[in-house]
Design a protein around this ligand. Structure first.
Ligand SMILES: Cc1cc2nc3c(=O)[nH]c(=O)nc-3n(C[C@H](O)[C@H](O)[C@H](O)COP(=O)(O)OP(=O)(O)OC[C@H]3O[C@@H](n4cnc5c(N)ncnc54)[C@H](O)[C@@H]3O)c2cc1C
Length: 451
């Protein structure tokens, strides 16, 4: 099996590379999803002096990608459809990723008949028009859904409709990140973790603006010709992004299945419901079934001082479970997960929700990446704005970053990923539905008292 290159050479690619292949490059957040992918693609394209900086070793305990599994696969249209397809090909064929890919298919469902079901049907029609009809099947009723997802027999899914997506399934997220870490090390990527790897500020050149490296929290100074900031939900609190990213958290939990129960779920398609949430085949070695609900997410508004802003400000500041394991979860988020179980897996009602955790993403108002050079700090590349749908892109996201560095992004993509303060949904969510609540205003979330 060959290595799958990124979206790579695009048709109307133009521009020049920002640095040479021997340049000193730092990837801040390289223990996470987009950062580790960036380090991997840089190394694969022949860059020789790459160093990852992160709070934790890959897979970083703070990474939104550091859990059992994630939904992956194609199924969208436009640029994100192209990225999804390229990612899925790499998940299936690239030796770094394919051991962690489970092409079980996915059902993408709505309670319908409603607007969401209509949207799914319109999507199905669009895929037919694109000649991709063999990848999708319309599921018009409960029987057709259960035929594709037999484990939903007995679930309360009367009236549901949706899509069967063949080129999809799930990926073992933490294992895949670990695999990228091994490959980076094999290719000579250097690392620094802990306080020496934790970003504190940028270093600037004599012009007072060109980025010349990073200062870590232990005051280590890391000089560089180019710095990539891929710090996920932490990006907007580390460097001033002028309000383009809002960080939010989501809650997930697990049910411990017995060996027999886990066997019953073996090979099930991923189930994604646009309001209730999703679940994935349990982990074979442990029988853990991960459940995640889908809602606007929560902010945690707090004072912070991003580099490049000359005053303190209030932004949504992530607080990771890895660093604060005694934090409790909002009651309403756990209730939503219980609702998912009650409707889809009624035989598991009442089972303890274990390994409850929060994971943090950062949304742009139009749900597109923020992938460009910072206009105030030349040689600082922003690779963030994951908008909650970027784990799927682990195999190719870094290729997109390197395309940007090498001036190879198509005009369309340069426009999508550009610096764009004030652009997009004014409620700043990039998602349908209501604006997110703040953790301070929901019951059950407590960061002071141990559980
Ligand atoms: C509950 C949940 C379920 C999800 N499910 C899916 C799914 O099914 N499919 C999918 O495609 N996506 C899913 N996502 C979204 C996906 O996980 C994220 O979009 C993606 O992982 C974000 O990648 P990132 O590289 O931007 O950030 P991360 O992977 O979070 O990486 C950020 C990195 O920055 C590091 N960092 C932070 N601060 C500093 C600092 N000061 N110095 C140095 N390093 C620092 C962190 O340690 C971390 O390693 C889900 C997200 C959540 C929350």
């Amino acid at each position: 099996m060959g290595q799958v290159e990124s979206s790579g050479e695009q048709e109307d690619a133009k521009g020049h590379a920002l640095v040479s292949k021997t340049a000193k490059i730092l990837v801040v957040g390289g223990g996470g999803t987009i950062g580790s992918s960036t380090a991997l693609h840089l190394a694969r394209r022949g860059y020789t002096d790459i160093r990852i900086l992160d709070v934790f070793q890959i897979p970083s305990g703070n990474s939104a990608g550091n859990d059992l599994n994630k939904v992956a696969g194609s199924g969208r249209d436009g640029v994100w459809g192209q990225i999804g397809q390229a990612s899925w090909e790499a998940w299936k064929n690239d030796p770094v990723f394919c051991p962690h890919c489970h092409p079980t298919g996915r059902i993408d469902v709505a309670s319908g008949p409603d607007r969401k079901a209509d949207e799914l049907y319109a999507k199905y029609q669009a895929m037919l028009a694109e000649g991709r009809g063999d990848e999708f099947e319309w599921l018009d009723n409960e029987e057709e859904i259960v035929r594709r997802a037999p484990h939903l027999h007995g679930a309360h899914i009367q009236g549901w409709k949706g899509l069967w997506v063949r080129e999809s399934g799930w990926v073992a997220a933490r294992d895949a990140l670990d695999s990228v870490g091994h490959e980076c090390r094999r290719l000579g990527v250097k690392t620094a973790f802990g306080s020496a790897g934790t970003f504190k500020s940028l270093l600037l050149g004599t012009d007072g603006k060109t980025c010349t490296g990073v200062k870590a929290t232990d005051d280590t100074e890391w000089p560089a010709d180019l710095v990539v900031l891929a710090a996920g939900a932490w990006s907007p609190i580390l460097v001033d992004l002028e309000g383009q990213c809002v960080s939010k958290c989501w809650v997930f939990a697990h049910i411990q299945l017995s060996t027999e129960e886990a066997q019953h779920f073996k090979g099930i398609p991923t189930m994604y419901h646009h309001e209730l949430g999703f679940f994935i085949e349990p982990q074979a070695s442990t029988g853990l079934l991960k459940l995640c609900n889908e809602f606007p997410g929560y902010t945690r508004m707090a004072k912070c001082h991003p580099f490049g802003l000359n005053r303190e400000t209030v932004l949504s500041v992530p607080r990771s479970h890895a660093q604060h394991p005694n934090d409790t979860m909002p009651d309403e988020a756990l209730d939503e997960i219980k609702r998912l179980v009650k409707i889809c897996l009624p035989h598991l009602v009442g089972r303890p929700l274990i390994n409850q955790s929060m994971c943090w993403c950062t949304d742009t108002p139009d749900a597109n990446w923020l992938l460009c050079e910072h206009p105030r700090f030349p040689k600082l590349i922003l690779a963030t704005g994951d908008s909650g749908h970027s784990f799927n892109t682990l195999p190719v996201a870094g290729g997109e970053v390197v395309d940007m560095i090498e001036g190879k992004l198509s005009e369309e993509r340069r426009q999508l990923w550009r610096w764009r303060p004030g652009y997009g949904d004014p409620k700043g969510t990039g998602r349908p539905g209501p604006a997110p609540k703040d953790l301070a205003h929901v019951l059950g979330w407590n960061h002071d008292s141990p559980r």
